[in-house]
Design a protein around this ligand. Structure first.
Ligand SMILES: Cc1cc2nc3c(=O)[nH]c(=O)nc-3n(C[C@H](O)[C@H](O)[C@H](O)COP(=O)(O)OP(=O)(O)OC[C@H]3O[C@@H](n4cnc5c(N)ncnc54)[C@H](O)[C@@H]3O)c2cc1C
Length: 361
């Protein structure tokens, strides 16, 4: 399997072409009705979904740092499609790492060549609905498998998925991770919420009414913390920061291009460009295993930078940037997403502290 590098040769690499096409299409996807099928098809055709898997499973075996470099490029071009890909790859990587040879054999290749689409519904095990007394999605062991009842409250691409990878809680409190084909009886996916931003990601709840899932679809568990113990794949973390930094880079590129014509913008553009470059560097060091780089600190810094750079870009774009359809207005709305996406309590708390007291904790 050929390994092509994402950014080592940006001027000659097909990555540039892909990103140009994604950036052009990004201006056309703003509503729930605009599911980015064409952008996802292009990514499949260019092998993006193979970045994340080892060669023996049909992937290119990219290192975590190369994956981060790739996501930085994609998210600069089109945050919505890149976000959808993170959820898609979240499902694919969990499936690939499960060791369940039946599901892997039936599904993996068609997911990474882009002919079938999968997504995750797992946040109710980590960051969503944790304060409620009853688990959002419950799995009852029955002969031959599990009976699923309840809902996965947040599922990106919910109405477009062929396969859901969902977490559910057993009566004894243990958790299971299941691959659930969307054609099973009793499953109902919402069409997608109209969101502040990223509406085209078609994120909605998926409800499960007495859905019978055969034992052969069990990916991991039962165990106490199935997301952590089973696969070693982290939720949130560096990937979320990567997309926030990619968005910041898009805003800073705009600011720098305006600054080349307007001297009054130069100081701000220079300062913010440098901050984005430094944070991207810290991110890459962290992805290469540098333990001096605290991932929570990177996440709070990335969130902060996404808000600052997009608002600086809007300030530079003035009223024109406030007209619907200008990318700068979209970037400002997209920056808000990082305040809620996979945002663990300590990071949310650090933001609140900063907003209330104006200090970084
Ligand atoms: C656009 C988008 C796409 C997403 N895609 C996915 C996906 O594909 N897969 C996935 O698994 N997850 C996904 N998520 C989920 C995401 O990662 C977070 O889990 C989610 O944003 C957490 O928000 P919540 O409203 O569910 O939180 P909750 O904690 O459930 O809060 C909901 C409401 O409950 C109340 N509340 C909260 N805490 C308390 C408390 N302690 N006491 C009393 N009331 C309380 C508040 O009024 C709050 O507004 C997505 C989220 C978004 C916004």
């Amino acid at each position: 399997m050929q390994h092509s590098s994402p950014v080592l040769n940006p001027s000659a690499d097909p990555m540039d072409e892909l990103c140009d096409e994604l950036a052009r299409l990004a201006n056309t996807i703003s509503e729930v009705a605009h599911w980015p099928a064409e952008s996802l098809r292009l990514c499949g055709e260019r092998g993006v979904y193979r970045w994340f898997l080892p060669q023996e499973q049909g992937g290119y075996g990219w290192s975590e740092s190369d994956q981060i470099r790739g996501y930085l490029r994609l998210s600069q071009a089109d945050l919505t499609t890149t976000f959808v890909i993170t959820q898609y790859m979240g499902a694919v990587r969990r499936l690939a790492a499960s060791g369940n040879e039946i599901v892997i054999g039936d599904w993996l290749e068609s997911l990474i060549d882009g002919t079938r689409f999968s997504t995750v519904g797992i946040s109710h095990l980590t960051t969503s609905r944790r304060h409620l007394s009853q688990p959002a999605l419950r799995a009852q062991p029955v002969p031959g498998g599990y009976l699923l009842d309840g809902l996965a409250p947040w599922v990106t691409g919910a109405p477009h998925a062929d396969l859901y990878v969902v977490g559910a809680t057993l009566p004894d409190g243990q958790q299971v991770l299941l691959a659930v084909p969307s054609t099973l009886e009793g499953i109902k996916a919402g069409p997608g919420h109209a969101l502040v931003a990223l509406s085209a990601s078609c994120t909605d709840q998926v409800s499960f009414d007495h859905v019978q899932v055969a034992e052969e679809f069990l990916l991991n568990g039962p165990s106490e913390n199935v997301l952590k113990s089973a696969t070693g794949i982290r939720t949130g973390g560096l990937q979320t920061s990567t997309l926030a930094i990619g968005l910041s880079q898009a805003a800073v590129n705009f600011l720098s291009s305006e600054a080349s014509k307007r001297a009054d913008l130069r100081d701000a553009a220079g300062e913010l460009s440098q901050e984005v470059a430094e944070l991207a560097q810290r991110l890459l060091h962290a992805s290469a295993g540098d333990t001096d780089c605290d991932t929570s600190e990177i996440r709070t810094a990335a969130n902060r930078l996404a808000l600052r750079t997009t608002q600086a870009a809007l300030t530079a774009a003035k009223g024109a940037g406030f007209v619907k359809g200008h990318p700068v207005g979209r970037w400002c709305r997209e920056a808000l997403f990082f305040l809620v996406w996979s945002c663990p309590q300590p990071i949310a708390q650090a933001h609140l502290c900063e907003l209330a007291f104006g200090t970084h904790s």
